[in-house]
Design a protein around this ligand. Structure first.
Ligand code: AP5
Length: 207
């Protein structure tokens, strides 16, 4: 099954994608994670992506489309995948459709996670990631048992001012995808307020 998790920054796409990956045994493909790994490894791609990410703007479509095109052809995607944070523009959605078509595949479900902007800022500014395991925590909602052991870090784009721009970019460039996929009868909406398990169960019911 090929699934897209759509939603504003900080809505919980990564949290849910990681859990779905275990439940469904198909990989999470997070373009944000792929870019962050490239930045860490100081590759050319990473250097380019960082310029945009630090400001909360989207990395250009041609770079992002090529990255995903290669990733979905890897062997672990043969039974399906969970796209987390891609597509994010109409151009990306149309390119994805063409790329999948050429592989004899298609998108089966688009889960649109919804949460009020006022709750987004709190979720994002409280997020911490384990340097050791990549696990996502929240200082208030999901703190680690042993903070030191996890060696937590905060993402460079998780400041309040960058979040404001990320939300602006989401509403102008990404939210039109809800209707784009609705016209194809693929969009299913899930309320992302509440606890992680309940949200996961709502998504699993759709799967
Ligand atoms: P990306 O990494 O994709 O970030 P994002 O979409 O802004 O989403 P986030 O990772 O911030 O949040 P999330 O929805 O995954 O939430 P999470 O589960 O972590 O993109 C970063 C940048 O890369 C972009 O700005 C852009 O520059 C570039 N980029 C990436 N993809 C691109 C593309 N396709 N095209 C162009 N550019 C691209 O949860 C957030 C916090 O909330 C955590 O602390 C978590 O513990 C907590 N939480 C989660 N669920 C709950 C809950 N139910 N209750 C309470 N707390 C919760």
């Amino acid at each position: 099954m090929n699934i897209i998790l759509l939603g504003p920054p900080g809505v919980g796409k990564g949290t849910q994608a990681k859990l779905l990956q275990e439940k469904l045994n198909i990989p999470q493909i997070s373009t944000g994670d792929l870019f962050r790994a490239a930045i860490k490894n100081q590759t050319e791609l990473g250097k380019k992506a960082k310029e945009y990410m630090d400001k909360g703007n989207l990395v250009p479509d041609e770079i992002t489309n090529d990255l995903v095109k290669l990733r979905i052809q890897e062997s672990d995607c043969k039974n399906g995948f969970i796209l987390d944070g891609y597509p994010r523009t109409i151009n990306q959605a149309e390119t994805l459709e063409k790329n999948l078509e050429s592989l004899g595949k298609k998108i089966d479900l688009v889960v649109s996670l919804e949460l009020d902007d006022s709750l987004i800022v709190e979720r994002i500014t409280g997020r911490r990631t384990s340097k050791k395991t990549g696990k996502i925590y929240h200082i208030k909602y999901n703190p680690p048992i042993d903070e030191k052991e996890e060696d937590l870090e905060q993402r460079a784009d998780d400041t309040e001012e960058v979040v404001v721009n990320r939300l602006k970019v989401y509403h102008s460039q990404t939210s039109p995808l809800i209707e784009f996929y609705n016209l194809k009868n693929l969009t299913k909406t899930v309320n992302a307020e509440g606890n992680v398990e309940d949200i996961l169960n709502s998504i699993l019911k759709l799967v």
